[in-house]
Write a protein that binds this ligand. Structure first.
Ligand code: NDP
Length: 247
């Protein structure tokens, strides 16, 4: 590994599993000190923590439900206290509630907004208080912000589209301070949220230019690039990594 992130301090939300765990591992492999949150998988979080610690960087894990704004702020503050600052924030946590409109509840709607959108705003607001020039904010959006080719995904797609407007506006707020903010928009990625086998997976593969699921490592690679000094001129962007799902 090239250690492009040596001396950087990163907070990744939702690092206990899936895409978030791969991002923790990749940023730590690049030399960053890492903090990450989880909400309900303490054993998985411990495994990710131990793997990161073997890379010779400082790593901490924080229990914080992204639906609870005060926990999100506390996670940012703890990162700053324990790692000595924050240079990179990756807003990875997301939840997927799929159902036809008749069956969606207001609780589904509110939780989707609280976790997928409000927590991103709250964490970003708390982090930029401490970020200096060169700071990086990277959100995990979704290709579904632009293409939702199956029924039942309305509120998920809505929440990921909201992130597109948020990064455009915040890019303007943060640009003069030399801080960038971008959305990484994955297509189907093999995780517990979106298992790569079965009828639904086969339907999705038929919609793609590259008819396969992406890997968590592929998404983590794009995040590592955006976090690196090389990506200093990219901000306010929605970057697809979706095997041509939206092509
Ligand atoms: P997973 O469901 O596999 O993992 C979700 C992670 O987020 C876990 O670490 C989980 O931790 C954590 N998490 C979930 N809810 C909360 C919460 N309320 N508070 C704190 N942590 C929470 O998801 P993926 O890795 O697949 O998805 C990660 C991101 O990528 C999401 O934003 C998702 O929308 C997006 N995405 C995923 C795609 C895919 O095909 N997989 C495609 C496009 C976008 P714990 O178990 O400890 O609660």
């Amino acid at each position: 590994m090239s250690h492009t992130l040596k001396n950087k301090r990163a907070l990744i939300t939702g690092g206990s599993r899936g895409i978030g765990a791969a991002i923790v591992n990749r940023l730590a492999s690049e030399g960053a000190d890492v903090a990450f949150t989880y909400s309900s998988s303490p054993e998985r979080a411990k495994e990710v923590l131990q793997a990161a610690q073997t890379l010779g960087i400082r790593a901490i894990v924080i229990e914080a439900d992204s639906a609870d704004a005060s926990s999100v702020v506390a996670a940012v503050e703890r990162t700053v206290t324990e790692l000595g600052g924050i240079d990179i924030l990756v807003n990875n946590v997301g939840v997927l509630a799929t159902a036809p409109i008749e069956d969606l509840t207001l609780a589904d709607f509110d939780r989707t907004i609280d976790v997928n959108v409000r927590a991103v705003f709250v964490a970003t607001q708390a982090a930029v208080k401490h970020m200096k020039e060169g700071g990086r904010i990277i959100n995990i959006g979704s290709t579904n912000a632009e293409r939702m080719p199956f029924p039942g995904g309305s509120i998920y797609a809505m929440s990921k589209s909201a992130l597109q407007g948020l990064v455009k506006g915040l890019a303007q707020d943060l640009g003069p301070r030399g801080i960038t903010i971008n959305n990484v928009q994955p297509g189907p990625i093999a995780t517990e949220m979106n298992p790569p086998e079965g009828e639904f997976a086969e339907m999705l593969k038929k919609l793609m230019a590259l008819p396969r699921y992406g890997t968590v490592e592929e998404v983590a690679g794009m995040v590592a690039y955006l976090a690196s000094p090389e990506a200093a001129f990219i901000t306010g962007a929605n970057l697809m990594i979706d095997g041509g799902f939206s092509a």
